[in-house]
Design a protein. Structure first.
Ligand code: NAD
Length: 419
């Protein structure tokens, strides 16, 4: 490696982890972290949960204290944007002017909100929720809000709805698809969540989209749906998915397909550039091909994997078990595996008990599970998937079948203990 630093592009969960892990893995050279947000790297998951609900303050959001970066000799360039990558000269251009050479570049540029191209979206009162700045202005507005409309019944929309109910705000959700969270959840889990929102006074209006936002004196007063329905609202939150920030990579000639394409070592089509986290499209045996994942697990694990490789450690191909979580009201939803292609979903436990799992299969093969308030199921499923141990639909549905034991059979446990 040249004397030039490793540059990490992006100060989100993946970027911050990569920079710190690189040092912890024994890398001795310079590490520069360039992030366009002004704040120190922070956790995004609480933004739509405890932070909005007023249970967590900004100081509790930081991923690491400023001192940690100094101690680990990670040079922070915050509030700074990378405008171009020159792969031939191995350098980046900065918005503030100047260039910076790299020995290796780690793209952790993340994703951005997918904009809703509806008239009136510029009205005061229409919000998105991804960054700390967005969450801060949204939180400030909650105290003056009576009625909110959420556009998109995905992670952001449903978590915001639950947080807003805790503030006593009347909330409706408008979802374009036939059920909420259909991108990631089974029909059974979607129905359960819809019922929980209904019980908490949040109707989810399905198969509808927003035609326009309307307002008075520049301030939002209502949302008009595509069937002409008008929902009164003094606040709207749009959460209709994200787009990967892959333009820099594309302009530099790297392979891009729903994100920056990487191989099993998270290396892009350029041998001096890796990509991790929300912006990376990587091969996964759990997805049966290239996939781009938007989760803390993916960001953290991929960051550690690249850091180890750059520190010269032997690294197996990246193929970690994907897992995700969400919190809505008292529902703790945990998902393991990539289950979207399932053709069979089996219940373990009962939704009536508010503690159950949905196990997903395709052609009889086990893909993963979604769990509500059944963390032991979730943890066992992660172990089963990591070990490549298959279970049958009958075993999944049988509460007397010991999942934990199946995930760590005595023979396997004995072998690992002997090692
Ligand atoms: P999402 O993909 O989870 O949900 C978007 C929803 O909007 C989908 O249900 C989709 O059908 C719907 N939709 C799309 N276009 C629409 C339209 N025009 N009108 C109405 N509905 C429409 O995305 P999100 O909720 O915006 O979340 C953004 C990102 O944040 C994702 O990366 C997500 O994984 C991440 N996130 C994760 C968590 C978590 O893991 N717990 C929590 C919050 C956010």
């Amino acid at each position: 490696m040249s004397d030039a630093p490793v540059i990490v592009a992006g100060g989100g969960q993946a970027g911050a982890q990569a920079a710190v892990s690189l040092r912890q893995a024994g890398f001795e050279g310079r590490i520069v972290l360039v992030g366009d947000e002004p704040s120190l790297p922070y956790q995004r998951p609480p933004l739509s949960k405890d932070y909005l609900a007023g249970k967590l303050e900004e100081s509790g959001l930081l991923l690491r204290a400023e001192k940690v970066y100094a101690d680990q000799r990670v040079e922070l360039m915050l509030g700074e944007q990378i405008t171009a990558i020159d792969t031939a000269r191995r350098s980046i251009s900065l918005a503030s002017g100047g260039e910076l050479a790299y020995s290796h570049l780690v793209l952790a540029t993340g994703a951005r909100n997918r904009p809703l191209p509806a008239p009136g979206a510029e009205l005061d009162g229409v919000f998105y929720l991804r960054t700390l700045a967005e969450a801060r202005s949204l939180r400030e507005r909650l105290g003056q809000t009576r009625r909110a409309v959420v556009v998109g019944g995905g992670f952001i929309g449903l978590e915001f709805a639950a947080a807003a109910r805790a503030h006593g705000i009347a909330v409706s959700v408008v979802e374009a698809a036939a059920r909420p969270m259909s991108r990631v959840l089974s029909v059974q889990m979607s129905s359960y969540l819809a019922a929980r929102h209904d019980t908490n006074g949040v109707p989810i209006i399905l198969n509808r989209s927003v035609q326009r936002f309307v307002g008075e004196n520049g301030r939002l007063t209502g949302v008009v749906l595509d069937d002409g329905t008008v929902l009164e609202a003094d606040l709207a939150v749009v959460g209709i998915g994200v787009l990967p920030n892959a333009e820099l990579a594309e302009a530099a000639g790297l392979a891009v397909k729903n994100g920056v394409v990487v191989d099993e070592n998270l290396l892009t089509s350029d041998p001096f550039i890796s990509a991790i986290g929300d912006c990376a499209s990587f091969p996964s045996s759990f997805a049966g091909g290239l996939i781009r994942l938007e989760s803390v697990q993916n960001a953290t694990d991929q960051a550690r994997c690249v850091a180890a490789r750059l520190a010269g450690k032997p690294t197996p191909p990246y193929n970690n078990v994907p897992w995700f979580w969400s919190e809505q009201y008292d529902v703790r939803l945990q998902m393991a595996g990539i289950t979207s292609s399932h053709d069979q979903a089996v219940l373990r436990g009962s939704p009536d008990d508010n503690a159950f799992s949905v196990f997903c299969f395709r052609d009889g093969a086990f893909l993963g599970a979604e769990s509500v308030n059944r963390t032991p199921d979730h943890l066992a499923v992660r172990k089963l998937l990591a070990a490549g141990i298959a279970i049958t639909p009958e075993q999944a549905a049988d509460l007397s079948f010991d999942l934990k034991l199946a995930a760590a059979p005595p023979a396997a446990a004995a072998v690992s203990a002997a090692k």
